[in-house]
Write a protein that binds this ligand. Structure first.
Ligand code: ADP
Ligand code: MG
Length: 145
């Protein structure tokens, strides 16, 4: 039923929980999982680091990508004993847009995502990324609380 599962990860507890749900589904359905991280575009308060053309200096870009890759590597090793076909994907951009684009372009048949992430604010049930992804995804979305 599910052959390609996309798992967006931001380093939060909830996304780690989502990963374990995806692992269990991947084992059941012999699916392949893609661990994906989007390095968010720099927020406005660090705009001083952006040059006149609006480019992020290479050193900052490199560091952000390196941190993201380290995070994905840790996730991959945390499930390395599970014998699942796994790959990883990292990109910089708006998280929801990038996740939706990936799901669309590569025909994933399930997205497993946390209900909240790193920016958790008490009182809200869903974060903005999980909210947008679940509303616009081309495939079923499992939201893990
Ligand atoms: N930068 C990101 N890269 C990949 N996945 C993300 C990213 N940000 C959020 N997610 C996914 O979306 C889920 C919900 O996070 P989000 O909507 O950002 O909630 P919050 O507002 O609590 O941070 C996370 O558990 C994770 O699965
Ligand atoms: Mg967030």
């Amino acid at each position: 039923m599910y052959k390609k599962i996309l798992v967006p990860l931001d380093g939060s507890e909830r996304s780690t929980k989502a990963l374990f749900h995806s692992v269990s589904l991947a084992q059941k359905y012999t699916a392949k999982i893609t661990l994906m991280h989007v390095v968010p575009n720099l927020p406005p308060y660090v705009n001083t680091a952006v040059d006149r053309l609006g480019h992020i200096p290479q050193s900052i870009f490199d560091e952000l990508m390196r941190n993201g890759k380290d995070m994905l590597d840790q996730y991959v090793s945390s499930i390395s004993d599970k014998n699942i076909d796994t790959d990883k994907f990292i990109v910089m951009g708006q998280p929801a847009d990038e996740i939706l684009e990936k799901a669309n372009q590569e025909n994933y048949d399930l997205i497993v995502i946390g209900s909240r992430g790193l920016g958790e604010i008490k009182g809200y049930i869903m974060g903005s990324v999980s909210n947008r992804v679940s509303r616009h995804a081309p495939c079923p979305v499992l939201i893990v609380r």
